[in-house]
Ligand binder design. Structure first.
Ligand SMILES: Cc1cc2nc3c(=O)[nH]c(=O)nc-3n(C[C@H](O)[C@H](O)[C@H](O)COP(=O)(O)OP(=O)(O)OC[C@H]3O[C@@H](n4cnc5c(N)ncnc54)[C@H](O)[C@@H]3O)c2cc1C
Length: 233
């Protein structure tokens, strides 16, 4: 029996509608302006103004969809974001793939802070190796149990009971730019942020990947987001 381990979340842009100009057009409608060519300087200035003064609604007239391949524990955090729309592969109708999340050697592993305020630091090499080996052993055990239950004729929706939160799933996640900026504000922890959250490492890496994609699609908005303390408008 073979299982696969992965140490990252895959985030792939599926589709996007809208751009920085669309945000300017939505804002200008309040002055009954028609759609017209937007000069670069005006676009940057207006978007920065909207961001700084928390005029959030012009950032809602667009849509960005990502396909996400991540372990279940990460989806549990991700799906707390209620302004995103989700569709996920079904553990009732399809069999899981034997793919499990294994923290890589670069993932901070030990808590040197407190329970209430964790500060994670790299572990010693012996701890990394021992924990990786124990996790892989556990993945093998749970996958074998899953296969055995399926072979007994137990339905997928019940057999999945034995799988750990490290098993990977796939989903589509869609929201508008305002929703994604809110997600970035909570799920990243950059030095220039006004609000310093403490997101879990895995979802933060995924959020940073999403931010890189958004910066290509909406460069002026992402610049303004960073210039204004990474707070969603
Ligand atoms: C570092 C970190 C640690 C966390 N730890 C825990 C934990 O220990 N336990 C736990 O349960 N959760 C935890 N969470 C999840 C957290 O409580 C939120 O559910 C999650 O961050 C989504 O935030 P949100 O509600 O602002 O976002 P969204 O659900 O995307 O909502 C966006 C915005 O819409 C508005 N909104 C949405 N729904 C409502 C509503 N029903 N009523 C009023 N306004 C609404 C709010 O303004 C909200 O900010 C944690 C989150 C982070 C980032």
């Amino acid at each position: 029996m073979t299982i696969e381990t992965k140490s990252r979340t895959d985030v792939e842009l599926v589709q996007s509608v809208g751009d920085d100009d669309g945000i300017v057009h939505a804002a200008r409608i309040s002055l009954a302006h028609d759609r017209s060519v937007v000069e670069a300087k005006e676009r940057k200035g207006l978007i920065n103004y909207l961001m700084a003064h928390k005029h959030g609604t012009p950032f809602e007239h667009n849509s960005i969809t990502f396909r996400v391949h991540a372990p279940l524990f990460e989806f549990r955090e991700w799906m707390r974001h209620r302004v995103q729309s989700y569709n996920e592969q079904s553990g009732r109708y399809s069999k899981f793939e034997p793919v499990f999340y294994l923290p890589g050697s670069d993932r901070p592993l030990v808590n040197v802070g407190t329970s209430a305020k964790p500060v994670l630091a790299p572990a010693q090499r012996t701890v990394i190796k021992a924990s990786q080996a124990r996790m892989v052993e556990s993945f093998h055990e749970s996958w074998a149990a899953y296969e055995e239950l399926l072979a007994l004729g137990v339905a997928k929706e019940v057999a999945r009971n034995v799988l750990p939160v490290a098993v990977y799933s796939t989903m589509y996640a869609t929201t508008n730019l305002r929703g994604w900026l809110h997600f970035l504000g909570l799920r990243t922890s950059e030095e220039n942020a006004t609000f310093q959250g403490h997101p879990q490492w895995e979802i933060e890496q995924a959020a940073l990947d999403i931010e890189r994609e958004l910066a290509k699609l909406f460069p002026d908005t992402l610049e303004a987001f960073n210039a204004n303390g990474r707070v969603a408008p």
